[in-house]
Design a protein around this ligand. Structure first.
Ligand code: ADP
Ligand code: MG
Length: 241
């Protein structure tokens, strides 16, 4: 991959930074601004919750920061790389190497086993031997408490178990940043607690940064910082100086 331009010298060196991020969705006269000049700095090893009403742009922000969607203007740096302006190939590589995703719906491949689902991101990245990938996938399954179920097909696991596999998959390439979009939105209270405790514990052990969208107050309170969002920007950005 070609060298990306270096960001200007950071003093605090956030793991992820964006400035003036704008995103529009829709075509023609239905085109609406979803992200309104969003600024954000995330520190390594911290857990952040994004809260805010439905439709305020939380998912759009996560997808844009995670390089699944492209911003219309503004800048994003991940570690020391300025990723806005990078081509699709570079963005995919950066995403696979540095970011793990957990969604509300797990998106596991139902006809693959738990172990195979966890191996998929490693296969995509293509930097490990088959044996090493299997071994890491096994370790991750042990960590999420599913070591005994490695050969189960994804669709033969319960909802809570599937989301634990999805967490293991998100951690497969040892990402610096985990982006989680309502990861417990589809689970009952007991499984929500298990899943979020697991995600936070594993991230803290590995000094990873989590940005989690949640409507669950208990989850938001357990995070290091809550970032309330309103109509396409962080609410603090709207407060009078
Ligand atoms: N393809 C689209 N065209 C136009 N508007 C869209 C499109 N997709 C999403 N939106 C709108 O963008 C806004 C933000 O959506 P989203 O980021 O999913 O919000 P949240 O995750 O906070 O609920 C919503 O008002 C939604 O209706
Ligand atoms: Mg959403």
């Amino acid at each position: 991959m070609s060298e990306l331009p270096q960001s200007p010298g950071f003093t605090s060196r956030p793991i992820l930074r964006c400035r003036n991020l704008e995103r529009y969705l829709g075509e023609g006269e239905n085109r609406v601004q979803i992200l309104r000049k969003v600024d954000l700095d995330l520190d390594r090893g911290k857990i952040y919750a994004i809260t805010g009403p439905s439709g305020c742009g939380k998912s759009t922000l996560l997808y844009t920061l995670g390089l699944l969607d492209r911003e219309d203007s503004g800048e994003i740096w991940i570690k020391d790389l300025k990723v806005s302006g990078a081509d699709d190939h570079e963005r995919t590589e950066i995403r696979n190497r540095t970011i793990g995703f957990v969604f509300q719906f797990h998106f596991l491949l139902p006809e693959f086993t738990a172990l195979e689902n966890i191996m998929l991101p490693m296969i995509k990245l293509g930097q490990m031997s088959s044996g090493a990938m299997q071994s890491r996938a096994h370790n991750l399954l042990e960590e999420v408490g599913l070591g005994e179920k490695s050969k189960r097909l994804a669709n033969q696991l319960s909802g809570g178990e599937q989301q634990r596999v999805a967490i293991a998959r998100a951690l497969a390439n040892q990402p610096d940043i985990i982006l989680a979009d309502e990861p417990t939105g589809n689970l009952d209270q007991k499984n929500s607690t298990i899943v979020i405790d697991l995600l936070c514990r594993m991230a803290r052990e590995k000094d990873q940064t989590i940005l989690v969208v949640t409507h669950n107050h208990a989850i938001a309170e357990a995070c290091d910082q809550t970032l309330p969002m309103l109509d396409g920007v962080f609410a603090s950005a709207c407060e009078p100086a």
